[in-house]
Design a protein around this ligand. Structure first.
Ligand SMILES: Cc1ncc(COP(=O)(O)O)c(C=O)c1O
Length: 928
């Protein structure tokens, strides 16, 4: 593994693991240095040991310039000691640095920075980070200075920066300096402790490091050609590049130019403040603290902590508040001891005293929601305390009117299906591509979505198409090309609303590698594009070629359609289960909105919010939503980079381990995404193709990507079905995993996982593989034959997944279609069917395995589902109310060997709408 960011062969994994590799290198240096010092102390020849230590030190070299600690000074002391053959001094310092890095002591302990007499640095020259011993913890961060200053003067600059510190500062920061545009990019990508960047006009462009990989990033994110741009324009260009990579960082510009004129320029919009020269360093220091303080501030949580300290008499309906009935109890005191006193002190049903009202926020909740909107890239954010199940229903009810058509992934979460019933919309179900071999669906491709929109256009129903609902990423990790999806849909229907269900994927916002593949990340790119004069030219060319998008022109399905910049509206809603991927209590969820026409639905949105929100929301959920946002804005980049790296490491270890890979496999992008959606050829994490450049190309161009943190662990070759394997992991190895399929389980890596966790699961898999090996070796031919049979049944005899059939004619507005030849479109009035089933007289039950089912499939009358039937796994509705049950569905149901099937009781059979009721309903259309 290389820590140095060089060469075209740099894999994504190498890049992501740079910080782990850095830590490993320091540990390695410490070991080598100790060995050299021990040999020297014994008077033994130590040249080879010294060479080892020197090689590790050299490997650390280039990257260390990008961190404040240990920094240029301590690094040069180390080099001097190496050159001077001071083995003992070298070892002492290497160990100190390694320990300070590993424990994070350098963030608060002056001793870590001050090598004391060893380096002859006086305390006066070296102000420690903490001003007084034992003072309250102050978070530490680093500030990048991009400067034209001669590197010989950088140390003086660092000392000047330290002199700005004041006892009352809430945070401590250290300066890191670089001299070029490219080194600045390198620093913001590698140094995860950075919170602010100070750009000083006049710096150069090219790095002295090998930057081939970085250039790929640069070209892809910017289209920036340094040779075409004046040096003085590098500052705004760099600010924009940094904003794209890490929008959470505050950027400041120091310039000798006419900053009054610069300040108003459009391309300086990403700069937080401009300063004239270096004349106001204290102002700059305060601005830096203020900028970080803004992200640190958790208005709601901060106030709740204060509230919990106040003496309050509670005379409202929440006996648990203040905990007296708990702590004084003879019988439930353990509850208080278990949860701790703060939980009770911080509970209230009041909406005063800064606690604010979730239903009508004007104070701290409003401030916290606005901060969430900023962090997640929306114009508005709304806290939801009952999970994304509720967030989704809120959006459906807010933007969809009865009778509207909603194009929707049939495999989406059930909250959407119920949301559609509540809203009275007509779902137009679109099937995701199947992954039959794993008994799961992939994601919905752009082609069938366009096909649906064009059919609606042909049938004259496009005006009714209101929204497209997609899951991103899917449970199993399929990441959509959100930008292209929205471009192509808006080309056909310029005001289509998008609901991106990102229940699992909120963290994507906090890494440049995934952000553009999130609904709101893509919305920001689309917004930029629609304003760009070059895009307008591209669009004009496209229009000449594609004309008015005649729906009968099948070529449109294979063209990349572009929206008209004068007509397209950006109307994007994203829902995030913050609790699923960030540090938030269960059920904490967000709706984030970037809708140019929000004013037209704002009232309806609030009504929908009132409909679904408890009048007694849990304050702790609100507070942790606020805190999770703070964490992601300040350390999300670091956490997400680490989690991606861990996931890739786990994938590599499983698939590369000779014993484990005999029975288990982490499904690769090639396994999970058909080749037609991976034009770049990206097929595996960590393979020869898996370079950083290749990943970026795939990110931009491929229709689908696989989230590396969603590891579909195939267990069929070990003879286990998903549910069995899940139980085995839990019962015998104390490992909890998420979902299962017929022959797989889903292992999910999140920001909470550590390298020790990886070792835990790898050990469990190795133990299991060893046990299977032993059983097969010792069990004889019969055992092996039975095993082979079981594997075959799990991996080959997999039932076909049934597609959505159709809604019964009783629930269709125009079953015969425009031309009387049958409707080309698939929408239906599901709510009508749903409510028909409320009347028991409209329903009947027919046993799944009965002859009647086969007869009716052959000769009619059609079998029409009265309700949702959702087996777990796979967890999506095999039938929805009003859907005609096809032979494929019956066959799938008959082969299903799962215990949990919501909406189906085997003893009663399929719940159907009676043919007589269907005939009558055609006339009345009750419930539409
Ligand atoms: C895609 C998707 N959306 C929404 C939800 C519901 O989220 P929550 O559990 O936060 O209610 C889930 C839950 O599994 C989901 O998978």
């Amino acid at each position: 593994m290389s820590t140095a960011p060089q060469g075209d062969g740099l894999t994504l994994s190498d890049f992501l693991s740079a910080s782990a590799a850095r830590a490993d290198r320091w540990a390695q240096l410490s070991v080598c240095a100790r060995a050299w010092a021990a040999a020297a102390a014994r008077g033994q020849p130590g040249e080879a040991l010294k060479a080892d230590a020197a090689a590790v030190l050299d490997a650390l070299g280039p990257l260390e310039d990008l961190w404040a600690y240990p920094g240029v000074r301590l690094m040069s002391v180390l080099r001097e000691r190496r050159a001077g053959d001071d083995a003992a001094g070298f070892a002492r310092l290497a160990q100190e640095i390694n320990a300070a890095l590993a424990s994070g002591a350098y963030r608060h302990d002056a001793a870590a920075w001050d090598p004391g007499e060893e380096a002859q640095i006086t305390a006066a020259e070296f102000l420690p980070p903490s001003l007084t011993p034992g003072e309250k913890h102050r978070p530490y961060f680093e500030v990048l200075s991009v400067t034209p200053m001669d590197p010989a003067r950088w140390e003086r600059g660092r000392q000047d920066a330290r002199k700005l510190r004041r006892a009352e500062d809430p945070f401590i920061w250290e300066l890191v300096q670089v001299g070029t545009f490219e080194d600045a990019l390198l620093a913001v990508l590698f140094n995860t402790t950075l919170q602010a960047v100070v750009i000083q006009d006049g710096f150069g462009f090219r790095s002295r490091h090998d930057m081939s990989q970085m250039r790929e990033v640069l070209n892809r994110t910017l289209g920036f050609d340094p040779d075409q741009v004046a040096v003085r324009e590098y500052g705004p260009g760099l600010a924009r590049a940094l904003h794209r990579l890490r929008p959470e960082l505050d950027v400041y510009l120091l310039s000798e130019r006419n900053i009054e004129a610069l300040a108003g320029r459009e391309d300086c919009g990403d700069i937080r403040r401009l300063f004239h020269g270096a004349e106001e360093l204290m102002e700059l220091h305060l601005a830096i603290l203020d900028g970080v303080g803004e992200r640190y501030r958790t208005a709601y949580f901060d106030n709740l902590k204060k509230y919990a300290q106040r003496p309050i008499g509670t005379f409202h309906a929440l006996p648990i508040a203040r905990g007296k009935s708990v702590f004084k109890s003879n019988w439930i005191r353990d509850m208080g001891e278990f949860y701790g006193v703060n939980l009770f002190m911080a509970e209230s049903s009041a909406t005063t005293g800064g606690l604010d009202s979730l239903l009508e926020p004007t104070g701290n909740i409003k401030i916290a929601q606005d901060a969430a909107a900023r962090a997640f890239g929306g114009d508005h954010a709304f806290f939801v305390t009952n999970g994304t199940s509720t967030s989704n229903k809120i959006v459906h009810q807010a933007v969809v009117r009865p009778g509207d058509i909603v194009l929707i992934d049939r495999d989406c979460h059930k909250s959407h299906h119920y949301g559609l019933v509540l809203a009275g919309a007509q779902p137009y179900y679109i099937d995701a591509y199947p992954l039959t071999q794993y008994s799961m669906y992939g994601s919905v491709a752009i082609r069938p979505i366009k096909q649906a929109l064009l059919k609606l256009k042909a049938e004259g129903k496009l005006d009714k198409a209101r929204m497209l609902v997609l899951t991103n990423c899917t449970f199993d990790g399929h990441i959509a090309n959100c930008l292209r999806t929205m471009q192509e849909c808006l080309a056909i229907k310029p005001d289509l609303i998008f609901l991106w269900d990102e229940a699992w994927y909120g963290y994507a916002r906090f890494t440049p590698f995934l952000r553009r593949r999130s609904g709101l990340g893509a919305a920001a790119l689309l917004e930029e594009q629609l304003r760009d004069p070059d895009y307008r030219k591209r669009y004009e060319q496209f229009k000449t070629q594609a004309g008015n998008l005649d729906p009968s022109n099948l070529k449109l399905l294979d063209m990349h359609l572009l929206p008209d910049p004068d007509k397209a509206r950006i109307r994007v809603y994203e829902t995030d289960s913050v609790h699923k991927s960030m540090s938030c209590l269960r059920q904490g969820s967000l709706v984030v909105v970037k809708d140019q026409d929000f004013h037209s639905v704002e009232e309806a949105f609030h009504e929908a919010y009132f409909t679904h929100t408890s009048t007694s929301p849990n304050l702790q959920i609100i507070a942790t939503l606020d805190v999770a946002r703070r964490q992601m804005e300040l350390e999300g980049y670091e956490l997400v980079s680490r989690m991606l790296q861990e996931a890739i490491a786990l994938r590599r270890e499983i698939n590369g381990h000779p014993l484990i890979s005999k029975y288990f496999r982490a499904a690769s992008p090639a396994d999970m995404i058909p080749a037609e959606y991976r034009r770049s050829g990206f097929d595996e994490y960590g393979s020869a193709n898996g370079t950083w450049a290749h990943w970026l190309r795939a990110m931009d161009e491929d229709e689908f990507m696989l989230d590396p943190t969603r590891i579909t662990l195939l267990c069929g070759n070990a003879g286990y079905d998903g549910s069995q394997f899940k139980a085995l992991l839990a019962e015998e190895h104390d490992i909890q995993i998420n979902k299962t399929s017929r022959n797989s389980v889903l292992v999910q890596i999140n920001i909470n996982n550590t390298r020790s966790d990886l070792a835990f699961i790898i050990k469990a898999l190795a133990d299991m593989a060893r046990a299977i090996d032993k059983r097969l070796t010792e069990g004889g031919a019969d055992e092996r034959a039975a095993f082979a049979e079981r594997v075959k049944s799990l991996t080959e005899d997999v039932p076909d997944l049934p597609n959505f059939s159709r809604f019964h004619d009783a629930f269709r507005d125009d079953p015969q279609g425009k031309n009387g030849e049958g409707s080309a479109t698939a929408e239906g009035h599901m709510r009508q069917a749903y409510y028909m089933a409320y009347d028991a007289d409209n329903c009947e039950h027919v046993k799944l395995f009965s002859k009647e089912v086969d007869q009716r499939l052959d000769k009619g009358p059609e079998l029409v589902s009265a309700n949702f039937v959702i087996p777990y796994p796979p967890g999506f509705p095999i039938m929805v109310p009003g859907q005609v049950i096809s032979r494929e569905i019956v066959e799938f149901m008959r082969k299903l060997d799962v215990k949990e099937i919501h909406g189906y009781q085997a003893a009663l059979g399929l719940k159907l709408l009676k043919p007589s009721a269907l005939a009558a309903s055609k006339k009345t259309a009750v419930g539409r």
